[in-house]
Design a protein around this ligand. Structure first.
Ligand code: ZN
Ligand code: ZN
Length: 562
């Protein structure tokens, strides 16, 4: 029976380009998972969008002497181009700037207010006497009271990941002019998060299928005791507060960003011409998965579930498979220091599948992992080109030339050939199991091991030798490897969608891999093959030196604040 799978992916701030840390952290695993479930015949709704609000956007607009709208529009378009080129298959990638999003945010806000989960209280808000403005949390810097990091922001510490309130920071100053702010009283709405402590604890206890890192971070927050959180700010850029007297305030960006999952689902439904179609993904036995980086755990495992509990009627997350961080060449990725590899920049020069492969095989699932150009080159040349690509290319070329451009017709296969086909079947089932449990790294390694095994078989069978003396034996080994390729284009499809589609057509199949389902597609003898082309391109050794110097120069020249 087909399942309904909701895939929510972190909302990127539209204040700067995407880098490989974003992709390894959330977008690639979400896409692999969505593609896998679509192949399984499940109904999938995968949504996200640009986060147009929040201080990172207004800071960027001030730096570039433009408006937040223009900053957001520019990066939103760049995100959409990147998704297309990298094959990130959103059902909808929208923005938080739509009237639909404002409407849905207001609905949730009012539900929470009417149910008594939101209350009004005066709080102290930082005010810069020099800039003559209230300072949102991200406009404040100071020393983290937990780890001593001297550049912690007013909302969280980038070093230790703790969510913070501005008044907790030591040596607090204005981000724009370094003046110490004064605190002035201002009325705000608070989410009564403390009241959910017990209910959330009970619910988290049941989530034994979550990743260890996600559970331990969540238990840590619960152990410290949940505190009520201000959910409005003194700002003029963001979603309005649907209450009189709050015209000059906005809903806190983190609160409305998580509501984006729901508003995007509703927008998708309207675009389908069925306003209620979203409900199937949010109610009853539908399962929802939230793919995020580890810095977003608090808002996805505690705040958003509390809001859903308080608002009522919608499913809580089934899993929040948050990834750890990606380092670049052994160093912590930092957009402010320009130590990052930008996705659009990569995609201008290289193919998408090698990046998808190298990030998947080394995904920061259970701990931080590193991306280096040397490793990228090695994965591309030794694994994609020399193992998988070479297997496909040599057997397809051989079949094309020696069997009249068609899949050879064979009698009963020998035991060795049957055993290889069995290996492919076992791998299909194993990857099925692994992907179902969000174990991406192991899945892609399993798939590559089948290609390795098939290469060994091909070398040992040497159909190019047997063709002259025993053409039937040659035909059997060629048929066997072509059948393994028919399995591999499916097993690899969630990871390498572009190469899988090409291999699908080289094997003479019509249509698309995604329509064939999670099974080994039978290869009919006599099926016309297409003139094969190499699946992957071998890269020059000198890219390592070139890319390293490029990274160094970006590191010196770019001074962009995250
Ligand atoms: Zn100032
Ligand atoms: Zn800290």
């Amino acid at each position: 029976m087909s399942e309904r799978i909701f895939v929510g992916v972190a909302w990127p701030y539209a204040n700067g380009p995407l880098h490989l840390g974003h992709i390894a952290g959330a977008y690639l695993p979400a896409d692999i998972f969505a593609r896998y479930h679509r192949l399984k015949g499940n109904e999938v709704l995968m949504v996200s969008g640009s986060d147009q609000h929040g201080a990172p956007i207004t800071i960027r607009a001030e730096q570039e002497s433009t408006t937040p709208q223009e900053v957001a529009a520019k990066y939103h378009q760049q995100f959409i181009d990147c998704w297309k080129k990298l094959g990130i298959s959103f059902d909808l990638f929208t923005t938080t700037g739509t009237t639909n999003h404002t409407q849905v945010t207001h609905d949730i806000f009012l539900n929470l207010l009417n149910n008594g989960h939101i209350y009004k209280e005066k709080m102290l808000q930082a005010y810069c006497p020099k800039c003559r403005r209230f300072l949102p949390d991200r406009y404040l810097v100071g020393t983290c009271p937990y780890c001593g990091f001297t550049k912690a922001r007013g909302d969280e510490c980038d070093e230790c990941g703790k969510p913070l309130n501005p008044w907790e920071l030591k040596d607090l100053r204005c981000y724009l002019c370094s003046t110490p702010p004064r605190f002035e009283s201002s009325e705000h709405f608070f989410l009564r998060l403390s009241a959910f402590q017990e209910r959330l604890t009970g619910w988290i206890k049941e989530q034994t299928h979550w990743r260890h890192n996600v559970l331990s971070a969540t238990w840590k927050f619960l152990g410290e005791g949940l505190k009520d959180r201000a959910i409005t700010r003194d700002l003029n850029w963001g979603v309005s507060v649907p209450q009189p007297g709050f015209e000059r305030k906005r809903i806190y960006v983190w609160i409305e960003a998580v509501i984006g999952y729901l508003s995007a689902s509703k927008e998708w439904a309207k675009l389908q011409g069925d306003d209620n179609a979203w409900q199937a993904f949010w109610e009853n036995d539908a399962k929802s998965f939230y793919f995020i980086g580890k810095d977003n755990i608090f808002f996805h495992t505690l705040v958003w579930p509390a809001m859903l509990m308080g608002s009522g009627g919608l499913n809580l997350p089934y899993d929040v498979p948050a990834n750890e961080f990606l380092t670049i060449e052994g160093k912590k990725l930092s957009t402010s220091r320009g130590w990052a590899i930008w996705l659009h920049d990569y995609l201008e020069r290289y193919d998408p599948d090698p990046l998808r492969y190298s990030l998947a095989v080394n995904m920061p699932e259970n701990g931080d992992s590193d991306f280096s150009w040397h490793e990228f080159l090695r994965r591309n040349n030794n694994e994609l080109v020399a193992t998988y690509g070479n297997l496909a290319h040599r057997v397809l070329t051989f079949a094309y030339r020696n069997f009249d451009g068609a899949v050879p017709t064979v009698g009963e296969l020998d035991e060795r050939s049957k055993s290889l086909l069995h290996t492919a079947k076992v791998a299909l089932d194993r990857v099925d199991e692994l992907l179902c449990h969000r174990q991406f790294k192991e899945s892609v390694k399993e798939a590559m091991s089948v290609a390795q095994e098939a290469n060994r078989y091909l070398d040992e069978q040497a159909p190019w030798k047997t063709i002259k003396i025993e053409p039937e034996t040659s035909a059997k080994s060629v048929y066997t490897v072509l059948s393994v390729l028919a399995a591999l284009k499916t097993i690899f499809y969630p990871f390498l969608p572009f190469s899988s589609e090409r291999l699908h057509s080289f094997l003479g199949f019509d249509g698309s891999v995604k329509d064939e389902g999670w099974k080994i597609q039978f290869l009919p003898p006599g099926q016309r093959l297409q003139q094969p082309q190499p699946l992957f391109v071998k890269l020059d050794e000198d890219i390592v030196a070139k890319e390293s110097s490029r990274l160094d120069s970006l590191n010196e020249n770019r001074k962009i604040e995250s």
